[in-house]
Design a protein around this ligand. Sequence first.
Ligand code: PGA
Length: 247
Amino acid sequence: MKKNIFVANWKMNKTYSASLDFCNIHKQALHELTKQADIVLCPSFVAVSAMNQALKNSHVHIGAQTCSIHQKGAYTGQVDTQSLKEAGCTYGIAGHSEQRRDGYLTNDQVAHQVQRLLDASITPIICIGDTKEEFEQHQAHGILTHQLNPVLRIAQEYRVPIIIAYEPIWSIGTGIVPKFDYLQEIFLWLSQKLSREFPSKWDLLYGGSVNLDTIAMLKTIPHIDGFLIGDASLDFQKFEKIVSWKS
Ligand code: PGA
């Protein structure tokens, strides 16, 4: 049976030492979780390499939270995907809404991030999502199409798997998740679009307030292959329960 994917996006919530403690204390339990699911932990850049060492032979994957759109050069403070690969990242988040906000990353720049990740043989986790206003005005399909099209144009040249994470912006960190019917419709629409337009393998994740109160409903929605989890991934026991939750 196909495994679901659970991506822990720690954002800037764990220090270097807290990230390493999480891995050292829970290494065996994390390894056990990989028997039922694909597990990807996304710490801050500075913890990537040490976590990769700490989790050796555990089958847990390390992901980057973002990356530069450039290959190399005079870009002070930015991190290139080749270095991320060498440090141990096999996954990379592109276009998280906290990176897109205030126009910091445009749709075309997210596509360039995806290109850089694919050049480094890192599987991209591409975030797309609508605001509350866009949701209320029934604009989600249009917004998501705008976000997806530049990415799909670039990614289809590589003929390798990609991951798309639908995260309604109004759901991130708020405890509010969209209703079952809405999510069922959006994920059906996304899977039909990807089946038509993307030649290689793809997976669809849901992100935004995935926690112990919402996971029961979320796990019943068709066409969801996994989850991108912020807050509830910081505590191992919560994360473990979410991954193992069965109806
Ligand atoms: P949340 O964050 O689970 O805390 O809502 C999800 C995300 O930002 O990816």
